[in-house]
Design a protein around this ligand. Structure first.
Ligand SMILES: [Zn+2]
Length: 508
């Protein structure tokens, strides 16, 4: 590894244009990795396209997104992760492999992890990993422990068996994620052996005169006529010989004139996901042999990965809408209300954004919610101000939903909702904290007879129980619920014709 790094360093410093242009993958195949590739190849014929009759396999991905320790920045928004996963599933559909979110998107607030998760302390990362899912670490940089050539956009670390991707690559149009998943599932670069040493006539000759690959002498030099394709390069015969000709090449048509040891011009597949040609306008694909190989690797990995999973829905249809506040509604108060919406069919989760800017250039609230409502309890909304709500529905599998976003706006009033009612109501919830399993009583002092709706809400704003009562003037006692409440934070809300009031309830 040290030798590789030094060569790479000399190379980059002698050709500065490469250093400026080139982004690449930090993966270099180890001998153990190549053994895995060759082992999978013995078992891949059944997955070649003519033989492929496998049902779709759903592979879980554990996204670990870095954030600053003080939580002021994160390395990737939830939308960008959904977009990236959307592309991945489009790309791998041809091989009957699909990927899903394993337990949502997790954020790790730690400066070192946020800056460079690939070199973060493994003991720190391990508690966040999932044995049954593909661990994907996202940070500002994706450097490898050994350094690399140019700017590392992402890498697969075969020793740790995790993928690292940098912020700039977390989007729909980047090829980095499909590429790194390829490595995870045992694919090599078509230019295997030249990873850190792109062909250079002055160093390697033209025709190539060296007899073993410069970055890894144990890899034979692949010939352009395909005669040694089984045992050289990426060990696949439907990906032509490539001596890392894509690195720094600034278009999608290689005309650099590199010749193999027999003097035959190389004709690399510029549009292959596993190569280093980065200027092909999102027009990339995997070869049939590559798709067969990743399936053969999945045959082994599925003993561990949670692939026995079926999505709750394989598509999301219809349109969502925001129920409350209604579009353009002017509230009489400015906090303590339940934002609620209708999800389109098949959606289970939502990215919720609230902003005081109709282009959402500022962020008042940002979060991912299960279900279709959210309790606005904090004081983050200002009085007498217009806010915009944007909701993107998705589920753990269907994430190509950027065109299903729906929006509305509302204007806050001058009063907090609690204060509005405090004039009329004197009420309490006790005991508080309460013990799980014991009764919780709500006492309400009324000035006159009135109908009251009492609601019990979860911390995420979901209504767990509703009771309608007609309360008399004077002291009234209500039992909160017949259900046994598990430990946690709840809200109790009283609704009358004059408004709502809320109390927190802690159950221990
Ligand atoms: Zn790579």
């Amino acid at each position: 590894m040290k030798k590789v790094f030094l060569l790479a360093f000399l190379f980059v410093s002698s050709l500065q244009s490469y250093a400026q242009l080139a982004g690449n993958c930090g993966f270099i195949a180890t001998d153990e990795f190549m053994e895995r590739t060759l082992s999978n190849k013995k078992n891949y014929e059944k997955h070649l396209s003519g033989n492929r009759n496998q049902m779709v396999r759903y592979v879980p991905i554990n996204f670990l997104v870095g954030g600053k320790t003080n939580k002021s920045q994160v390395a990737a928004s939830a939308e960008s992760v959904l977009d990236m996963l959307c592309r991945l599933n489009e790309v791998y559909a041809v091989g009957n492999i699909q990927f899903y979110l394993f337990g949502g998107i997790k954020y790790i607030y730690n400066d070192a992890f946020y800056e460079n998760p690939g070199i973060a302390n493994e003991l720190f990362v391990n508690p966040y990993r999932e044995i049954t899912a593909v661990d994907v670490l996202i940070g500002k940089k994706a450097d490898t422990p050994g350094g690399g050539l140019g700017v590392t956009l992402g890498h697969y670390n075969p020793g740790k068996d995790w993928i690292v991707i940098k912020t700039s690559e977390i989007n729909y149009s980047s090829e980095t994620f499909p590429h790194e998943l390829g490595h995870y599932l045992s694919l090599n670069h078509p230019h295997n052996g030249w990873d850190a040493d792109p062909w250079d006539a002055s160093l390697h000759g033209n025709p190539v005169s060296i007899t073993s690959s410069p970055s890894n002498p144990s890899v034979a030099i692949e010939l352009a006529n395909g005669s040694n394709c089984e045992n050289s390069g990426d060990f696949l015969c439907d990906t032509p010989a490539d001596y890392n000709l894509g690195f720094g090449w600034n278009n999608c048509n290689y005309t650099g004139g590199a010749m193999d040891p027999n003097g035959i011009l190389l004709n690399p597949d510029e549009n292959n996901f596993m190569g280093y040609f980065l200027q092909c306008a999102n027009d990339y694909n995997f070869s049939d042999g590559q798709m067969a190989l990743v399936n053969a690797d999945l045959d082994i990995r599925q003993n561990v990965l949670a692939v026995d999973w079926t999505p709750i829905a394989t598509e999301i249809t219809g349109e969502g809408s925001i129920n409350y506040p209604a579009d353009n509604e002017e509230l009489s108060f400015y906090n303590n209300f339940e934002l609620s919406w209708n999800l389109p069919s098949g959606a289970t989760r939502s990215i919720v954004e609230i902003s005081d800017n109709f282009l959402f250039l500022t962020t008042t609230f940002y979060g991912v919610k299960n279900g279709n409502s959210m309790w606005i309890d904090s004081d983050f909304l200002a009085p007498n101000k217009t806010y915009y709500v944007r909701i993107r529905p998705f589920n753990d599998y269907v994430t190509c939903t950027s065109d299903l976003e729906f929006t509305s706006s509302f204007k806050t009033g001058l009063n907090t909702s609690v204060n509005t009612l405090a004039l009329d109501l004197d009420w309490s919830v006790f005991p508080n904290p309460a013990q799980s399993g014991s009764a919780v009583i709500v006492q309400v002092e009324m000035e006159s007879t009135a109908d009251v709706v009492m609601e019990l809400l979860s911390v995420s704003g979901k209504i767990l129980d509703t009771r309608n009562s007609t309360l008399q003037a004077g002291q009234n006692t209500l039992e909160l619920t017949d259900d046994i409440l598990s430990a946690g934070l709840y809200f109790v809300r009283l609704n009358t014709s004059k408004g709502s009031a809320v109390r927190k309830l802690i159950v221990q």
